[in-house]
Design a protein around this ligand. Structure first.
Ligand SMILES: NC(=O)c1ccc[n+]([C@@H]2O[C@H](COP(=O)([O-])OP(=O)(O)OC[C@H]3O[C@@H](n4cnc5c(N)ncnc54)[C@H](O)[C@@H]3O)[C@@H](O)[C@H]2O)c1
Length: 349
């Protein structure tokens, strides 16, 4: 599209995460929100009035897809509707940014990838905002360069609580049909994704899952433990629960033949290399990346992190320039595919 024109965006789904999308588009001078859409009229109206002044609102996504003044859509709906909305948007010639989890099932994921492939002229991007943050990016580069030697093991976890009220508030949460799972596909997917992404990709997953604290409230898992095989041969493990106490405690660690690194709550927690001179160089690299990142990233909303602005800026840039976005559907699908492999394995037990 001509570089002087603003990217005209519609946000579909006006619930919790849409507020952040609307705020990020408002901060991007190259984008303009022209419409918002929610099945619940009051939510759509309120989003337009309070967060996208000048934008029109509708309850029908089909109107958005048919509108000639919409270039791109942000899909901020429940997991089950992502596939239908993303495929319809691409078929209508709209660029798409779709929230995580890209899909609810492996079959939906396949359909979405096929739709993106059928429209190489359109941007199809998946939200994994933590991939934009400086520490995960630095660690991914360092692992790929062999700074920790040959990668041996990667471990991750998330401890949090989603109480019964959280699940009862919206009908899609905690259901197979609406969410596709629970703690793995929703709350902890960011850390599961970073674990796999920093390690260089995974090609197999086996899992156990359980509902230990929400019996009678949700039909999906609130606790999960996944074993992963990374593409480079390293082994991984990931455990998460949303039945703990009200907190948000994450950890990711990577161990190689030359040393290892650990992130806790998205910050560098430890770095140990056998070669102390190499450790100093790696620490300096990380410090430099963090210092550069501190300028780029104002503090984000709690545990969602500051990456949404960077991801939305990247999406708008990709639409304007025709360049590849940093996280394409295919990139995001790598971790989604491991989520579905883990669920399939847990179901076979
Ligand atoms: N990236 C992050 O950190 C992050 C954080 C929270 C949520 N999310 C993701 O964002 C998505 C939405 O989550 P939420 O917490 O905002 O959910 P929500 O339930 O608060 O909002 C979803 C909204 O979508 C609307 N909707 C559903 N189908 C629709 C359709 N066909 N057309 C128009 N509107 C429709 C619903 O009425 C609802 O208002 C999910 O995929 C979730 O996993 C991402």
């Amino acid at each position: 599209m001509p570089s002087a024109k603003k990217v005209r965006v519609a946000v579909i789904g006006c619930g919790v995460i849409s507020e952040l999308h609307l705020r990020c588009y408002a901060h991007n001078p190259a984008a303009e929100v022209v419409a918002v859409c929610d099945l619940i009229p009051e939510r759509a109206r309120r989003a337009a009035e309070e967060r996208a002044p000048g934008a029109r609102w509708t309850t029908k996504a089909a109107e958005i897809f048919a509108a000639p003044d919409v270039d791109a859509v942000s899909i901020c709906t429940d997991h089950a509707s992502h596939c239908r909305l993303a495929c319809a948007a691409l078929a209508a010639g709209k660029h798409v940014l779709c929230e995580k989890s890209l899909a609810r099932t492996a079959a939906d994921l396949k359909r979405m990838l096929a739709a993106a492939e059928a429209h190489p002229e359109l941007v199809a991007a998946g939200v994994f905002q933590h991939r934009f943050e400086p520490l995960p990016r630095a660690l991914r580069d360092l692992v790929a360069e062999g700074a920790f030697g040959r990668l041996l093991a990667a471990t991750g976890s998330l401890w949090t609580l989603r109480d019964d009220r959280y699940f009862e508030k919206d009908a899609w949460r905690g259901t197979i049909r609406g969410e596709g799972g629970s703690v793995l596909i929703n709350q902890s997917i960011h850390y599961f994704d970073l674990l796999i992404w920093i390690a260089g990709g995974a090609d197999a997953a086996r899992a156990f899952s359980a509902n230990l604290g929400h019996e009678g409230v949700i039909e999906t898992e609130d606790t999960v433990s996944v074993a992963l095989r990374m593409r480079n041969g390293a082994l991984g493990s990931f455990t998460a629960t949303s039945a703990g106490v009200r907190q948000w405690k994450s950890s990711l660690s990577f161990q190689g033949t030359a040393g290892g690194v650990e992130m806790r709550d998205e910050k560098l927690f430890s770095l140990v290399l056998a070669d102390k001179a190499a450790e100093k160089r790696v620490r300096a690299r990380i410090d430099k990346a963090l210092a550069a990142g501190a300028k780029l990233f104002p503090k984000g909303k709690d545990y969602y992190g500051p990456g949404h602005q960077a991801q939305i800026d990247d999406f708008v840039r990709a639409v304007k320039t025709g360049h590849r976005p940093y996280v394409t559907f295919a990139d995001a699908a790598e971790s989604d595919a491991m989520v579905f492999a883990a669920y399939a394995s847990a179901a076979r037990r």
